[in-house]
Design a binder for this molecule. Structure first.
Ligand SMILES: [Zn+2]
Length: 446
């Protein structure tokens, strides 16, 4: 190595060391750690954070706390990776009338509505979220503002506009229609060049197979995964044929169960180990809890969902949900509700890996509350193992998103996205409705 180069390398190394030494050190000490991998929790855990990242993980016997560390006691708490919500809509905030919302609020999406949603998610312990379906520029701008630290919020992985057969009138800003395979390719290229993280496909049973294949193949060319609706059997059949990477929803069909031919296709897909797991984001809580919320509207008065929203918008949303029993969105829900448990069971039995996602933002479903409710329904209503549910909100989403080197588990080297809550979440999952500590990339927000 020549001398000049050596000199420069030394300078850079000294600089890096210096910065690492300067980065503030935090130590989370005493709590029960659920690291996201699914093994037994670590009692009396110690997590050392330096700057944005985790430096060491262990227990009080084997992991010394550095002298310069700010010690944060997690005694009596469950400590776990920041949650992921794999299906949120930051452009909506629980208002009951989509037509009205889409006419009234787009001018506020980028600066008010979407940042408020992302902030509410964060304060609920959701440090990462997949945001599916919103205007392109606003999605990118809000995501980047959060990533650069300009505004607080969950780290967002955005799709920009929905890709579908034809947008409903007045929604062209966040719904892009596809007219032929070439047009489909062009739309995907445009999204890829703008920097989206994922493609969101809906109503794919209304597109031609050629269009559908063009869209999915083009997305994969750009290394973008495709999320697609799985409401109707034909959406699932077609989605499987063209190789979509994750299905969404289980609920909007009233059929009591998935038809056998669809289950056969799903089982064939999950048997193909070389393709990795088949992922599914069932988004059950909105439908499952509708009747409860309708009959216990006090729940809607919890003001956690006001965070970041102007009073006028809060009042507007409140008025729209004054009569929960009359909302058109939910009129079929009582018929659909009993089918949810059956379908979830079918998917799990077929080897599908479920991801936690909520459709947060739909009528009466606030970003500050959706995610824990989903976990609660899985565990307390469907009998799903709480460790499975937590991994479906931590480890698996990070892996799916392709960022598992950086997030998803509490592991040295990864970003310090960590939450803690008083009590034992493996015994009482609903404790997650009020997390006591939220740390994202080493910064404490709660
Ligand atoms: Zn949705």
């Amino acid at each position: 190595m020549n001398k000049k180069l050596l000199f420069f390398v030394s300078l850079v190394l000294i600089g890096l060391l210096h910065r690492a030494q300067e980065a503030p050190v935090k130590a989370l000490v005493g709590g029960t750690l659920i690291d996201g991998y699914g093994s037994d929790p670590i009692q009396n855990s110690v997590i050392i954070i330096q700057g944005e990242r985790i430096l060491a993980v262990g227990n009080q016997d084997n992991t010394p706390v550095p002298n310069n560390a700010e010690v944060i006691s997690t005694e009596g708490m469950s400590v776990l990776p920041g949650l992921w919500d794999m299906h949120v809509h930051t452009m909506i905030n629980g208002h009951a009338d989509y037509d009205y919302w889409d006419k009234t609020y787009p001018p506020l999406f980028e600066d008010v509505i979407m940042p408020a949603s992302a902030h509410q998610l964060l304060m609920a312990g959701v440090t990462s979220a997949r945001d599916l379906g919103a205007p392109l520029e606003a999605s990118i701008a809000v995501r980047d503002a959060i990533n650069s630290g300009k505004i607080p919020g969950a780290t967002l992985y955005v799709s920009g506009p929905f890709i579908q057969h034809k947008p409903y009138p007045g929604t062209e800003d966040f719904r892009w229609g596809v007219d032929g395979p070439e047009d489909g390719k062009r739309k995907i290229q445009k999204l890829a060049k703008a920097g989206v993280d994922v493609i969101k496909l809906i109503d794919q049973d209304q597109m031609t197979m050629a269009e559908l294949k063009a869209v999915v193949d083009e997305a994969h060319k750009y290394n973008l995964k495709v999320v697609a609706h799985g409401h109707r059997p034909e959406e699932i059949r077609r989605g499987l044929q063209v190789g979509v990477d994750c299905f969404e929803h289980t609920g909007l069909s009233s059929a009591p169960a998935y038809p056998e031919d669809v289950m056969e296709m799903i089982r064939e897909r999950t048997a193909q180990m070389n393709l990795g797991p088949l992922f599914w984001c069932p988004t059950v809580e909105g439908l499952y809890n509708y009747k409860y919320v309708r009959d216990n509207p006090e729940k809607l008065d919890n003001d956690s969902w006001h965070l970041g929203l102007p009073d006028s918008v809060v009042t507007d949303i409140r008025n729209s949900i004054k009569h929960p029993d009359q909302l058109p969105y939910f009129q079929l829900t009582p018929i659909r509700k009993p089918t949810l448990r059956t379908k979830i069971r079918q998917l799990m039995d077929a080897g599908v890996v479920l991801l936690v996602g909520t459709d947060s933002g739909i009528p009466m479903k606030f970003h500050s509350q959706s995610t824990w409710n989903e976990l609660d329904v899985w565990v307390n209503e469907f009998g799903i193992d709480p460790m499975y549910a937590i991994r479906a909100a931590t480890y698996w989403p990070a892996l799916w998103m392709g960022v598992s080197d950086d997030v998803g588990t509490i592991t040295p080297g990864k970003y310090a996205d960590i939450i803690a809550v008083n009590g034992d979440v493996l015994r009482y999952i609903s404790l997650l409705q009020d997390v006591d500590m939220v740390i994202k990339r080493g910064t404490r927000y709660k």
